[in-house]
Design a protein around this ligand. Sequence first.
Ligand code: ADP
Length: 369
Amino acid sequence: MPRDPVLRGPEPGDGIPDPPEGVSQEKNADVGTAINLDDGHLDDHLRPLTLDDVVGQRKVVERLRIVLEASRRRGDPLSHLLLDGPPGIGKTTLATVLPRELGVDVQITSGPSLSAPKDLLPYLTNAGRGSVLFIDEIHRLPPTVEEFIYPAMEDFRIDITLGEGLNARTINMALEPFTVIGATTRSGMLTAPLRDRFVNREHLDFYELDDVTEIIRRNARKLRAEIEEGAAVAIARRSRGVPRKANNLLRWTRDFADAGRHPAITDVLAAEALEMLEVDKLGLDSLDRKYLEILATVFGGGPAGMQAVAHSLNIAGETIENEVEPFLLRVGFVQRTPRGRMITAAALAHLGLTLDGEPDSSQQGQLFD
Ligand code: ADP
């Protein structure tokens, strides 16, 4: 498939000036190769391509339409935009839809892959007029890179230091006006100066059940899978208001149907597929339930430190913090207290457990109905 010129990222060495002394060209060439969105990366197949395809987040989309229209009329680049919200909620989607709507290039990188200013340099020098630089997980930019990006965002220029010690000199280099779209799951971890450089900031919230159901219907069509209404709703209910989860569950149920040579994802089939995946009726998976069970049994319901629970589960604390706890906190199954995490009565009732780990016979066996 030919590359989409709208979404062109830099080719290695494409317009990149000679690196300052001591900077490895290979490294730069590697970093400067942006992901092409048509390569099949990033769940592309199901990713909306235009703002009209974006389901839900109505207020955010409305505001973005205004910013887009203003930018189009003035012929100016979009103002820098910060998108914050949990994983899988549509940040990358919006960050790629907007440049597509404007017909400009987009380059994609992420905070953790930019360990020094030289890693960012090729992106900045490749940024064409009005193009977008999408930086995912921008809260993880190291301080040196963050300082390097300030003048780039504010005045479209960078200061490059060449040489060392007494021989060091700084060159001031002009950039084309461009737009940074930053995405973060932790807006609180962004430093104030970086946050202030984003004129537009949007928070993406969890989706309503109706919106997730609509995303499932549309994506089933994209996957050429026939799906019954009840099946779409059952999947949506277990998706926790997160489109990426909905996509994953949809793909699983489609595989389940295909493997059994069923022509459509019926309500009955979806129920079977979801039960086999051990995702319960509230969308808790086996890791979520294990976390709660350990908190209830090993730690007597808490309070327990997050790291201690993570160790007991043999899972990285970051995974627990980013992927398990947010939903459990949201549904009120865990409380964060100054002394640690505590399980709630609602969680015990859902699991059918008592604090000593004994099954509560009145509640057992209803997780998946
Ligand atoms: P994030 O960048 O926040 O982690 P993504 O933008 O990668 O999330 O979203 C994951 C997937 O969920 C996308 O590929 C797309 O299929 C789907 N998706 C996300 N938001 C929407 C939306 N508003 N409308 C339709 N599909 C969406």
